[in-house]
Design a protein around this ligand. Structure first.
Ligand code: PGA
Length: 258
């Protein structure tokens, strides 16, 4: 692992932890989460990302919990987003994903798992309720983010604005194509989702942006060094007033770090 002070747009630098080994990538990020929880004097609100990228992080957290190294009893866990219309318990529902890969294995109390309900009749009302749930715990202390090939963060697709909160969104064709691998067939991929907005992400006190693989190198560079634009929603991260850390493998960071 190498630590860098990475120059991003806006004349800022951010810490960037760059890895050769996915296990170390997971360990580093899991330790940041563990330290945040251990150091907190009150409940901690963490928003978790789904997708392939964070899996090594969740594997390490499960191991740490089994070894008595981290407790989720004082954590309020949130999801970045959820598909609309998948039946309860559907394998690709993000709530199911997070239960299977993390929450079922770390003793998260059921009442502390907060997710947008993608099966309700009124996604607009559900979006309002979800935003209020985040507000009710005092906002997010940490948000974990992946980045989509089109620069989306959560399901804020190109065209999203920095002042938008939790809402119903249509998925970009590129996102549905990227996620078709999980559904086996493009037609099975939902067309809509509820997502936390860029404004909610920017209000999170800490952000960890995770990226692995050469396929993310170009979009990661555009996100962190390119113009701040709705065309690349992740570029709004350059305006985050709190603590933003990049955790990436060498392939994803290739255009940022020599
Ligand atoms: P991935 O997804 O981790 O599966 O690459 C990232 C995203 O779409 O946000």
């Amino acid at each position: 692992m190498t630590m860098h002070h990475l120059q991003i747009g806006n004349g800022q630098t951010i810490p960037a932890a760059i890895f050769d080994d996915p296990r170390e990538f997971g360990q580093f990020t899991a330790e940041r989460i563990r330290d945040l929880i251990a150091g907190a004097t009150r409940d901690v609100a963490i928003c978790f990302a789904t997708g392939a990228t964070p899996l090594p992080v969740y594997e390490r957290l499960v191991e740490m919990h089994a070894a008595g190294g981290v407790s989720f009893e004082r954590v309020n866990a949130f999801l970045l987003d959820e598909y609309i219309g998948l039946p309860e318990g559907h394998e690709q529902s993000f709530a199911t994903f997070m239960r299977r890969h993390l929450f079922d294995h770390v003793g998260l109390p059921a009442a502390r798992f907060h997710a947008p309900n993608g099966r309700g009749y009124n996604p607009v009302e559900e979006s309002r309720r979800y935003r209020e749930t985040i507000d009710a715990v005092g906002g997010l202390d940490l948000t974990l983010l992946g980045i989509g090939p089109n620069g989306h963060i959560a399901f804020n697709e190109p065209g999203s604005r920095a002042d938008e909160h939790v809402r119903l969104v249509a998925l970009a064709p590129k996102t549905r194509e990227a996620n078709a691998r999980f559904f086996g067939d493009l037609d099975q991929v939902p067309k809509h989702a509820i997502t936390i907005g860029i404004a909610d992400i920017l209000a999170s006190r800490r952000l960890i942006l995770m990226a692995t693989g050469a396929g993310k190198a170009e979009i990661l560079e555009r996100a962190l060094r390119g113009p701040i634009t709705p065309d690349v929603p992740a570029s709004f991260l350059q305006t985050h007033p709190g603590e933003l850390t990049l955790v990436a493998d060498r392939a994803a960071a290739a255009r940022l770090i020599a």
